[in-house]
Write a protein that binds this ligand. Structure first.
Ligand SMILES: [Fe+2]
Ligand SMILES: [Fe+2]
Length: 327
């Protein structure tokens, strides 16, 4: 990325390149890795895609804790597959980030040093098996609201990664809802577990969409570049509108006394999340921040031998190919 002496830096790119970038965005076409793009666009994407990738990987932890404690072999197999899907999403997204000229190892380093973030939602604990269902229903549901519009994001590799990821998230949401439906048809104790999990996860799930629009300085620029298609508040509203009828069908109460249908707007009104809580969790003071990062750091250190072995194998293969080519 460093400009050679005498050659223009990226910000001083010839006007025709800047124009081509702007036209591509205006025509709703995709920017591809080979295309010129403004530095700010690249940096915004690296931040967003890396944060998304980190969230998928850290997001394996709260549910992963329940794999050994799943109540049946069937539930264990489902949960295993779901958590594994999230690992796949993370790898996909790190690859998408690498098309922007960054290195996955470097992004991991930035996460471990606390210079990059992951979604606030994964800093909350999972207390009982109903949490697995509620995470699928709320958290994967919120992910879908966020990510379906990203399938039309202006950056090609990110948009294309989202298509497959969204299909899997939709499957995750349904498995969560199906688990809760089964528990609601069970005993009083099981129904109480579901309601308890709903009470704990509802507000943190609404916070997943980020701060309100008037307190979200980067949003407008991301929307102008069509990296992001809808504002935080709009996405939050969509999530509420989608989820309330599902809660009614399930037979649980969402813990918001201000939640009611607004005939004029044709949407649900709802209360205000505790934004000071979101700030606390984002800045590292959530219930599980330390635990999540400690686990991630340990996994990274314990995995060093795997990375070394893979690199050694790749080097051997490359040498063999080269020798073959020479012969
Ligand atoms: Fe995911
Ligand atoms: Fe998911």
């Amino acid at each position: 990325m460093t400009a050679q002496a005498g050659s223009p830096s990226v910000d001083e790119a010839p006007p025709e390149l800047q124009k081509r970038f702007e036209d591509t965005i205006a025509r709703d076409q995709r920017i591809e890795p080979r295309d010129w793009m403004p530095d700010g666009y690249r940096k915004t994407l690296v931040r967003q895609v890396a944060q998304h990738a980190h969230s998928e990987i850290i997001g394996m932890q709260p549910e992963g804790e329940w794999i050994t404690r799943a109540p049946s072999l069937r539930r264990k197999a489902i949960l295993f597959a779901k958590v594994q899907d999230e690992a796949g999403h993370g790898l996909y997204l790190y690859s998408a980030a690498e098309t922007l000229g960054v290195d996955r190892a470097d992004l991991t380093e930035r996460l471990l040093e606390g210079r990059q973030k992951y979604s606030s939602i994964f800093n909350y604990p999972t207390r009982n098996f109903a949490d697995v269902g509620v995470i699928g229903w709320f958290v994967d549901g919120a992910a879908i609201c966020n990510q379906v519009p990203l399938c039309r994001s202006s950056y090609g590799p990110y948009a294309r990664a989202m298509v497959r990821i969204c299909k899997e998230e939709s499957f995750h949401q349904r498995q969560g809802y199906e688990l809760l439906m089964t528990m609601m048809r069970g005993t009083d104790a099981q129904r109480a577990m579901v309601q308890d999990a709903v009470d704990r996860w509802w507000w943190p799930s609404l916070m997943m969409f980020g701060p309100p629009d008037d307190d979200s300085p980067n949003s407008a620029r991301s929307m102008a570049w069509k990296i992001k298609r809808h504002s935080n508040d709009e996405l939050r509203q969509r999530f509420v509108d989608m989820t309330v009828p599902q809660a009614e069908k399930l037979g649980v109460t969402l813990p918001d006394p201000d939640l009611r249908w607004n005939e004029d707007r044709g949407r649900y009104d709802f209360g205000t999340p505790d934004w000071s809580e979101l700030k606390r969790v984002i800045t590292g003071d959530g219930p599980c921040n330390e635990e999540r990062m400690a686990r991630r750091r340990a996994a990274h250190e314990e995995g060093a031998w795997v990375r070394e072995a893979a690199a050694a194998h790749a080097a051997k293969q490359a040498a063999r190919t080269q020798n073959g080519a020479v012969a």
